[in-house]
Ligand binder design. Sequence first.
Ligand code: DGL
Length: 270
Amino acid sequence: MNKPIGVIDSGVGGLTVVHELMRQLPREKLIYLGDTLRCPYGPRTSEEIRRFTWEMVEFLLTKDIKMLVIACNTATAYTLNELQNQLTIPVVGVIQPGARAAIKSTLNDHVGIIGTEGTIRSNAYTEALNMIKPELYISSLACPTFVPMVEQGMLSGEIARLTVADALYPLKDFPDMDTLILGCTHYPLLKDVIQEVVGPQVTLISSSEETARETSTILEINQMLNDGLEHCHHQFFTTGDIDIFTSLTNRIFNSSIENLRSVSIEKAVI
Ligand code: DGL
């Protein structure tokens, strides 16, 4: 089936999932939408997160997508169930794949979770982990400073290290942690700094690999994989400034993104 896969995030973080989808599914066409204008979603109310996510989804449905990947933990936490129930296409989030990857990784059952305030408040990771393995020791922590850092392109250096160290300081009370879930798709872009702060004994988990695997499996089971041979032209949309998005993606991925357009998706609230 030669229709595109839709991918959404509040900003550039979901591109970490796009990167992995491109690697595991090189014949699939992707359409990405980052709601950069209204990023971050993390501190917002559940009602706002749901409304904004639906606006992104409605935009991508006009592009005739065959499947939706919610490449945002915050949006996954508040909308996955309703999107799966209401859409007629398969919908994948990033939380269950992240939880599965963490359980595969931990050797002593001590798993830490870091994410946005919204994701941590939702308890979605703890529930997903406990659903698979109830005897885990879990500690979760919101890191509200990380997404603005990434969106500003502050990915390394002394200020980044100090900010990350400060945010992760409460994890000192969970000394046996051997696995830490990066429960926000922006955080893998700070992976080097986070690893330096938590130490080499902790395995960092990003859900992108497992999410891409799940996407691939669903497409295969439903016989929806792209069977054409033409070169796929991905499309990228941002609700924010094109130049900022471009310079950030150039810095992050070391290559420029083609087919990037600015779009307005906000609906009037009555
Ligand atoms: N990248 C998103 C996530 O995985 C959202 C971050 C935000 O907008 O606060 O949660």
